[in-house]
Design a protein around this ligand. Structure first.
Ligand SMILES: C[S@@+](CC[C@H](N)C(=O)[O-])C[C@H]1O[C@@H](n2cnc3c(N)ncnc32)[C@H](O)[C@@H]1O
Length: 287
């Protein structure tokens, strides 16, 4: 059976039982609270798998090619969610004046695209080597001379406390499926903490479905060898309903969920009504 991110993990149930059976000993309770506070969303093995792809990160024909071509649809999706002015009145840098946090930015593929549209981008990632790569690559990008993203090696739960209510937009593209199910709530809550009231969060992720098990995992990793084997753990994927539920119970309203389809042959992404393979979600933080 697939583990659901919405069922309390066994450790939390044990923790709750332990707490209720304990005498009200303040020091012990404080220690348990502190232990929970120091939970990490980082799965070191997963982050290492991404770090191992460092030398191929910016190769548009390599294992990251789908993330490169994904920019053609995800950047307009994010832009249109953040910019509420008519297309005719927009400049070539419509995100000018908007601060955007790119959570799990890797080598900076999406951060650079958003900065080119004028956004003041902060990219964070748990991999030190990928953050170094992102910094070096952006420094060499002539289109970003006037607007370099800022990069920081740090998981979201460590970034959030010092950056509460700071960003107009938070982007978490192709990362929540790499977060353990019992850490997803901490991940979402930390992302939302950094957002201004009325700010928007954008997430893209593969859907947990039989179709994605066959295509995103089996086809891509074992038949076509587009991405290295073991990149994805299907039991960590979410459905649009689960992600909507998680976001809304943490203080925001889901405005849009769109299905996405990836053509392995043409390396092109398209939006579709069907969310059974992959989806993009936009939500606004309650004021
Ligand atoms: C599939 S890559 C996506 C990169 C980027 N978002 C993009 O779409 O171009 C996932 C990234 O998330 C990072 N990551 C995984 N867990 C993380 C966490 N808890 N905090 C920050 N980064 C994390 C990994 O190191 C990796 O670079």
């Amino acid at each position: 059976m697939l583990s659901s991110p919405f069922r309390l993990p066994a450790s939390s149930i044990k923790h709750a039982k332990l707490l209720s059976s304990l005498p009200q000993e303040p020091m012990l309770l404080r220690a348990l609270g502190a232990q929970q506070k120091h939970q990490s969303t980082v799965d070191p093995q997963d982050v290492q798998k991404h770090t191992d792809l460092k030398s191929q990160w910016w190769d548009t024909t390599g294992p990251m090619k789908a993330l490169h071509s994904f920019n053609h649809v995800r950047i307009p999706f994010i832009r249109d969610g953040l910019v509420q002015i008519p297309v005719k009145e927009r400049t070539t840098t419509p995100l000018c004046g908007q601060s955007v946090l790119d959570v799990g930015c890797g080598g900076g593929i999406l951060s650079e695209g958003l900065a080119q549209l004028g956004a003041k981008v902060t990219g964070i990632d748990a991999s030190k080597e990928l953050i170094e790569l992102a910094r070096t690559h952006s420094a060499g990008n002539t289109k970003l001379q006037e607007n370099q993203p800022t990069y920081c090696c740090c998981p979201i739960e460590e970034h959030a406390p010092a950056h509460t209510g700071l960003y107009d937009g938070v982007v978490a593209s192709e990362i929540i499926e790499h977060i353990d199910n019992d850490k997803k709530e901490l991940f979402v809550k930390s992302c939302l903490d950094t957002l201004k009231p009325g700010g928007r969060i954008f997430l893209t992720t593969p859907t947990r479905s039989s179709l994605s098990k066959v295509t995103v995992v089996y086809m891509a990793e074992y038949v076509l060898n587009i991405v290295p084997r073991g990149t994805h753990d299907h039991s960590k994927f979410m459905t649009p309903t689960e992600l909507t539920f998680l976001l809304e119970r943490n203080g925001c309203h889901v405005e849009m969920v769109l299905g996405l389809c990836y053509n392995f042959v043409t390396n092109r992404w398209t939006f579709t009504k069907n969310t059974s393979l992959q989806f993009a979600l936009q939500a606004v933080k309650n004021a």
